[in-house]
Design a protein around this ligand. Structure first.
Ligand code: ATP
Ligand code: MG
Length: 333
């Protein structure tokens, strides 16, 4: 990944109305049914967007958000923007790869992806900014839950299990160890929090109340099927998908589920190296876990305004690239 990170994309440069700006994506209206879904190079962890900083440059060393272990050092913002160069394009291209595989393996499932090309009339000077990181997608009402599937016990599931022997309130077998593969993958939905709030794990019953039993059942079955397909595909390529998050919309005409958002990227999944997997401990990972571990170990977890040291940004970029290359079998630029 190279070049300056792209973290902001203005409606005026694109020539389309911006209808939403998520933690990572910016969404523009193409027409009533179609959105331009643009992945920026921003990175978020624990629901907070991070900034870059170079350890060699100078700024206020007293900034309380800077790493405690380096508090004697001076920092400055390497690039006045946030983000990891090339990340947005990588997320979009990896999602597109999975959408293709899903189309082949689960042809009955509707996908929101229409095209990777840009809509007509984007100003020529903006086209390079949007190329590779954009998708035209069909606009759908989004179901208000995050549909998480876990094949291994880690993260918030491991934290809950250690305390109560349950995951999302579900009783689990006794004696599980950290990162252990589960007998069968489990569906562990969460709420979809508004900006600034945190998603909360919920029981299946609660998901049923929110979505209606029938829709919740379809979401669960489809999510497990998607996960199992992806898990088997990735395992052959040296990657274990420990867990992942899907989002679904509903087709207003047919009431069928539509797979939306990004799919099976390092932003929405935990990818582990199959080669170095060892049960009973936390794992080497290809995804944001690297960054999450740094945030946790330096006491920055969940804090606003944390700046990402250049080294962490570079290593995170390497991990994302490696994941892309292993999963697609293609070289990333
Ligand atoms: P994070 O992924 O870090 O949790 P986020 O989910 O807040 O962040 P982004 O990923 O930046 O946001 O933006 C994607 C947003 O677009 C999500 O709110 C998602 O629900 C919504 N979305 C995805 N696909 C569609 C679609 N086809 N139609 C309408 N909205 C969509
Ligand atoms: Mg998202």
């Amino acid at each position: 990944m190279s070049g300056d990170p792209v973290v902001e994309i203005n409606a005026k440069d694109v020539g389309l109305e911006k209808i939403a700006s998520g933690k990572v994506r910016e969404i523009f209206k193409v027409d009533d049914e179609t959105l331009l879904f643009v992945a920026t190079d921003r990175i978020s962890a624990y629901d907070v967007v991070l900034e870059n900083v170079s350890a060699t440059d100078t700024c206020q060393g007293s900034n309380s958000h800077l790493p405690t272990h380096d508090s004697s050092k001076n920092y400055h913002i390497l690039n006045p923007s946030k983000g990891i160069s090339g990340k947005g394009a990588l997320l979009t291209q990896l999602s597109a790869h999975w959408f293709d595989l899903i189309k082949t393996n689960i042809p009955s499932l509707q996908l929101h992806l229409i095209s990777l090309s840009l809509p007509p009339n984007i100003p020529p000077q903006t086209q390079p900014l949007l190329a590779k990181r954009s998708m035209q997608v069909r606009r759908h009402p989004i179901l208000p839950i995050e549909s998480i599937v876990r094949g291994y016990i880690t993260g918030s599931a491991w934290a809950e299990y250690r305390v109560s022997g349950t995951v999302n309130g579900m009783r689990m077998p006794a004696g599980l160890r950290e990162s252990q593969k589960l007998e069968t993958a489990i569906w562990t939905p969460s709420t979809k929090a508004e900006a600034g709030a945190h998603d909360e794990n919920i029981s299946k019953e609660r998901a049923g109340e929110i979505l209606g039993e029938e829709v919740a059942g379809r979401v669960e079955r489809m999510s497990l099927r998607l996960y199992e397909m992806a898990r088997d595909y990735a395992e052959k390529r040296g990657i274990l998908i420990a867990d992942t998050k899907f989002e679904f919309g509903l087709d207003k005409q047919t009431n069928e589920l539509v797979l939306v958002d990004e799919v099976l990227t390092p932003d929405s999944s935990r990818f582990w190296s199959a080669e170095s997997y060892v049960v009973g401990q936390s794992q080497q990972s290809y995804d944001k876990q690297y960054l999450r571990d740094w945030l946790t170990s330096t006491g920055h977890k969940g804090k606003e305004g944390v700046r990402l040291p250049e080294e962490i940004a570079r290593r995170t970029a390497e991990k994302y690239t490696e994941a892309y290359e292993k999963l697609t079998g293609k070289t990333w630029r």
